[in-house]
Structure formats: structure tokens, C-alpha cells
Design a protein around this ligand. Structure first.
Ligand code: B12
Length: 296
């Protein structure tokens, strides 16, 4: 059954696949408790400590974890163009990856098993599941790093009640060069190994109400943030997106869109999930910065 699943996924061009045993994950319980204590948790994180550690799980036995790589964006984009971070650059990965995992869930269901697909906005801690499935190790920037793809990949998960031979976590750590910590513009990555999601620029570009101080942090990359990943030496091998594949928008000539036109033009991209207002807010912040510079 394992070989068949790998074969199905390979046909979908997915090659990094691991099998994690679902059990009570006590080793990360404290991470979530500390996160809540210090207010590091963002509202984009759903679920609670018990659901993420599978404390009371009775149905699922296995997480089949799959990585889907994406390309990185060079920071040599002309200043008049605003762009979105690499993870939001292409066609919505939530839909794409879910679709690719569909044939595995159908296969498992045909054998009488339960199978449920998850990508991103759900109660699971997907990085931890990928770590347990032997697909990578944690970086100081808190992203999971894979030997082939660096940290430039999305994670998809299928939970099932089927039982397999399980993969082992890798016994590896990142180089701890601290480059990510040094370049993070807002101190989200901390020396003590913690991560404050509320300070992460990626979160600030996506949240509704931002302060004047936070506005100062929004720049040419108007949605998401690649700063800590672009300096990471584990990402040197990651290939750059072709110029024509980079989503960019001329900040000077963009004019306000209706909700319908925004959906029509950008609905296929994952950044559109936050809607037009936030996108235009960030674009206008960048445009004002450009205009200020032009006047100098
Ligand atoms: C909420 C969220 C965010 C928030 C908060 C990020 C965060 N660090 O939690 C914000 C909006 C800031 C964000 C940003 C980004 N995100 Co995000 N995000 C999520 C989401 C929905 C939940 C994350 C979560 O539950 N965090 C929980 C907290 C506790 O995590 P943590 O503080 O980092 O703690 C971990 C480590 O400290 C570690 N750890 C600490 N102590 C110990 C001890 C032991 C023993 C072990 C084993 C581990 C361990 O384990 C903890 C749990 O994993 C996941 C999808 C999902 N359902 O999992 C995607 C996800 C993590 N994001 C992803 C991506 C791509 C990004 C961005 C790169 C997007 C961008 N370009 O802007 C940035 C990267 C920011 C960064 N450096 O982390 C990918 C990560 C892929 C990867 N290679 O790791 C995910 C998995 C989505 C996906 N399906 O692909 N994200």
C-alpha cells in the first residue's frame, strides 16, 4: 500500500513523501503553552494544544506528509513594481496541492480506510508532522528545511486510519548562522529560539488593522515576506522563478478595483484570500514611499 501511494504521488510530480505515526506528541506541548503565555500566537493559527498534539486522537493513525516545492524570487525587481512573496506568487497552492492529494485519498477510501486532506489553514501543526515524517529539520527561522528544497515548499497532509511502516525524524539542525535572526526587520526571530508570529512581517502584511509603526515595515514585497528565507544558506540551491513567472504590479499605474474585478483578475492567486482592501492598502503604502523618494 505504501509503494502504491508513493507511485500515485510521483505521478503528480510529488517526490518528498513521509509517513508519521499519530500519537500524543508530548514533546511540542510546551511550545504551544509558551506561545500562548507570551502572546506569540497569531489569529491565523487555528486549533488548540490538544488538537495539535493529538492528545485525544481516536480515529487517525497516520499522517502521510507531502512536500510541494516552489521557486524563490530574486530581489532585483525594478522599484516601480510591487510584488508578493514567493509562497504567494503562483496559482493558489491550497487548491493545487489538495487536488494532487485527491487520488491518494480516493485510493485509501477504495480500500475501506478513512482519508482526510489538509493544506495550511487547519488545526494541524504541519511542520511538526513533516518533521516527524522525516522530511526535514527546523531552522532558527522556524521553517522546516528539506535537503532537496531548502525551506521553499508547501506541506500537504493526509490523515488516515491505515497503518504503515513509519519514517524517522532526521537527526539534524540548521547551521545556526543566525543570518535570519539578524535580517528580520521586526525581531520576530529570537535568540532564545522562540518566534513571535505577531511581529513577523508576513503576518503584518496580511492582518487587517496595522499601526503607523507597522506601516513602515511594508515595502516592495507587499504580501508575505521572504527576508529570513532568502538569506538562509540552506536555500542556496533553490532555483529562482523565471522573470515572466513573477507576479508584479506597477505601483504607479495600478488603479482601484471593485471586489468583483479583484476576484476576476487575482482570484487564482493565494494572496487573494485576504481580499482587495488589504492588497490595495499595502500597495498604496508602498506607492507613497516611492513617491516620497521621487520628490527627494
Ligand atoms: C500561523 C501560520 C503562520 C503565521 C505564524 C508563523 C509561525 N511561526 O507559527 C505567519 C502569518 C507569521 C506565517 C508566516 C509564514 N508562513 Co506560515 N503557517 C502558519 C500555519 C497556518 C500554522 C503554524 C503554526 O501552527 N504555528 C505554531 C507555532 C507554535 O509554531 P512555532 O512558533 O514556529 O513553533 C515551532 C518550532 O518552534 C518547533 N519547536 C520548538 N521547540 C521544539 C521542540 C521540539 C522537540 C521540536 C521537534 C520542535 C520544536 O516546533 C513548533 C511547532 O512546529 C502553518 C500551516 C499549518 N497548519 O501548520 C503555515 C506554514 C507554517 N507557513 C508556511 C509558510 C510558507 C510561511 C511563510 C514562508 C510565508 C511567507 N513567505 O510569508 C512565512 C514564514 C514565517 C516564518 N519564518 O515562520 C508553510 C511552511 C513551510 C516550511 N517550509 O516550513 C506552512 C506549513 C504552510 C504550508 N502548508 O505550507 N505563517
Amino acid at each position: 500500500m505504501k509503494e502504491k501511494i508513493i507511485e500515485i504521488l510521483n505521478k503528480e510530480n510529488l517526490y518528498e513523501i513521509g509517513f508519521a505515526k499519530i500519537e500524543y506528541y508530548r514533546d511540542i506541548e510546551n511550545v504551544f503553552l509558551l506561545q500562548e503565555k507570551y502572546n506569540y500566537r497569531t489569529p491565523f493559527q487555528v486549533g488548540n494544544v490538544d488538537s495539535k498534539t493529538f492528545k485525544n486522537e481516536i480515529i487517525f493513525k497516520t499522517a502521510i506528509v507531502v512536500l510541494m516545492p516552489y521557486c524563490k524570487i530574486s530581489n532585483k525587481i525594478k522599484k516601480e513594481y510591487a510584488y508578493v512573496s514567493a509562497s504567494f506568487n503562483g496559482v493558489d497552492y491550497h487548491l493545487l496541492l489538495k487536488e494532487k492529494l485527491e487520488s491518494v485519498s480516493l485510493y485509501l477510501e477504495s480500500l475501506g480506510y478513512i482519508a482526510k486532506i489538509f493544506v495550511d489553514n487547519n488545526y494541524l501543526d504541519e511542520r511538526y508532522l513533516a518533521y516527524r515524517a522525516g522530511l526535514g529539520f527546523y531552522g532558527l527561522n522556524h521553517l522546516l528545511i528539506n535537503d532537496k528544497y531548502g525551506s521553499f515548499f508547501f506541506i500537504g497532509v493526509i490523515l488516515t486510519d491505515a497503518i504503515f511502516n513509519y519514517s524517522k525524524p532526521l537527526n539534524k539542525t540548521c547551521y545556526m548562522c543566525k543570518k535570519c535572526l539578524e535580517v528580520c526587520p521586526n525581531g520576530a526571530i529570537m535568540e532564545d529560539g522562540n518566534f513571535n508570529g505577531n511581529k513577523c512581517i508576513s503576518f503584518i502584511t496580511q492582518k487587517k488593522d496595522i499601526s503607523i509603526e507597522e506601516e513602515k515595515l511594508i515595502n516592495q514585497c507587499i504580501f508575505g515576506c521572504d527576508v529570513c528565507t532568502n538569506v538562509c544558506p540552506h536555500n542556496l540551491k533553490v532555483s529562482e522563478c523565471k522573470n515572466e513567472d513573477i507576479f508584479k504590479i506597477d505601483a504607479y499605474s495600478y488603479s482601484h478595483l471593485s471586489n468583483n474585478d479583484f476576484k476576476k483578475n487575482y482570484g487564482k492567486y493565494s494572496f487573494s484570500w485576504r481580499g482587495r482592501n488589504i492588497f490595495e492598502r499595502n500597495l498604496n503604502i508602498y506607492k507613497q514611499k516611492l513617491e516620497k523618494k521621487d520628490k527627494l
